[in-house]
Write a protein that binds this ligand. Structure first.
Ligand code: 9B3
Ligand code: ZN
Ligand code: ZN
Length: 427
């Protein structure tokens, strides 16, 4: 009898925090299972109100009848949002029950760290710190690193590219381009660029793959393509995606740099409304960040053989087209490359990456940098979506940086070495 009573009490206590009207005191990320078109409309509606931020998919228009939706909900709106979900028979789980704590953990100790220690690469860094790191890296490896200014952001911050070169002189060197940080909140992306540069410089002449890569190709690395947005995620809003340009027609800020390139620009999968997360901008390359990258690639298009853009999250190795359901002429070849890379990641890290043409693997979306680079003539063009699949999403803890970067590095090396073989200059 007594035991029964205790059970009853325990069960009730267990239930208490789960009931819809008892709002959490923390900002949360919910995973919502949509199964009908009517539910899709409800979730689209919720996701454009209540100060929520859609994590996945990127825009309400990508929500369909069978979409798993990841939605950030601020603490003071949780009651309202979960009530609405219940009313419409939408099931949900709490993915993250306290995002403030996670954010705090990712930004702690940042300014006090020794900038050379190995653990430097297992933390996230402020924009100021990354600028310092760029300078320091160039000074420490004067024979292998050159820094070039390729333009500046809307708020006039410099866009620096590191050019990594092996110590072997070769005529007519081919090149690889890697950009990180197109989207501000995808912090693992700049972290990967730093990781990659550090790895390349440390293991040149020690690891065969990286040695071969640097001896046959120059590697251009843009660590933060969207510095204004990145800065904003550190100071004001961790969930920010776009750049920070002001629009003339509206009070909303920011253009999606990955919708601003001239590849079926602003057709289905992008938006012409400045308030939207996938706003395409006023015209192709209207944004100084996109224009700077496009100008650089146009002037290096004969040497650059491999284009790579790093994003998160979702664990995918993608190639063109994203802006059309059409297959590119070398679809089969690109498919083989990502398939092999994903297979290696599965084997060595026991982790699954999806792979394929973007439009079919993720969603139809125009104006992306990889499609544009492909049409420019860089026929090995890829977008990587790094870890994870939604456990932490954009708030991947620092302790998981090394695994995320190592597996992406493995995929990159796999693809790059193949491209080196395939683009061997004919004597
Ligand atoms: C989008 C486009 Cl437009 C592309 N060409 N390649 C990849 C993507 C997916 C990323 C995006 O911008 O939405 C995922 Se964050
Ligand atoms: Zn809180
Ligand atoms: Zn992205």
């Amino acid at each position: 009898m007594k035991a029964l009573l205790i059970w009853a009490v325990l069960l009730n206590f267990y239930k208490l925090p789960k009931t819809g009207d008892c709002a959490s005191t923390h900002d949360q990320v919910l995973s919502i299972q949509v199964t009908t078109h009517q539910q899709a409309d409800i979730v689209k509606n919720i996701s454009s109100q209540y100060e929520t931020v859609l994590w996945s998919p990127t825009s309400p228009e990508y929500i369909g009848a069978h979409t798993e939706v990841h939605l950030f909900v601020p603490a003071n709106k949780l009651g309202t949002v979960t009530d609405l979900l219940q009313t419409h028979h939408l099931t949900h789980q709490v993915l993250l029950d306290n995002t403030e704590e996670l954010i705090e953990m990712q930004t702690r100790n940042e300014s006090s760290d020794p900038r050379s220690s190995a653990s430097y690469y297992e933390r996230y860094h402020s924009l100021e710190d990354i600028y310092y790191w760029i300078n320091k890296t160039a000074q420490d490896y004067p024979d292998m690193v050159k820094v070039t200014l390729i333009g500046s952001s809307y708020e006039k911050r410099p866009l620096y590219v590191l050019k990594l070169s092996g110590r072997q002189e070769r005529a007519e060197k081919r090149a690889i381009w890697i950009d990180c940080g197109i989207h501000a909140r995808e912090w693992i992306s700049p972290a990967f660029c730093l990781w990659f540069v550090q790895y390349s410089l440390n293991f040149y002449n020690l690891n065969n793959d990286i040695t071969e890569m640097l001896n046959s190709m120059d590697i251009y690395v843009l660590p933060v393509m969207n510095p204004d947005g990145y800065k904003y995620t550190w100071t004001t809003n961790r969930m920010w995606r776009k750049n920070r340009s002001m629009s003339k027609e509206s009070n909303c800020v920011g253009t999606d740099l990955n919708r601003n390139f001239d590849a079926n620009w602003c057709t289905k999968g992008a938006s012409n409304r400045p308030c939207d997360e996938i706003y395409c901008g006023q015209f192709p390359e209207s944004e100084p960040e996109a224009e700077a990258v496009a100008n650089f690639l146009r002037s290096h298009k004969d040497s650059v053989k491999l284009y790579l853009s790093i994003h998160s999250y979702g664990q995918m190795l993608l190639f063109p087209y994203s802006c059309s359901n059409e297959e590119v002429p070398n679809h089969a070849e690109l498919f083989e490359l990502v398939q092999e890379a994903a297979m290696k990641v599965r084997r060595y890290y026991r982790n699954n990456y999806k792979y394929g043409a973007s439009a079919k693997t993720i969603y139809l979306a125009p104006g992306g940098s990889d499609d544009w680079a492909y049409n420019l003539g860089i026929h090995y063009s890829f977008t990587f979506e790094l870890e994870d699949r939604g456990r932490y999403g954009f708030l991947l803890p620092p302790s998981l940086i090394s695994k995320a970067c190592n597996e992406a590095l493995l995929a990159l090396k796999s693809i790059a070495l193949r491209v080196i073989q395939k683009t061997q200059p004919q004597p």
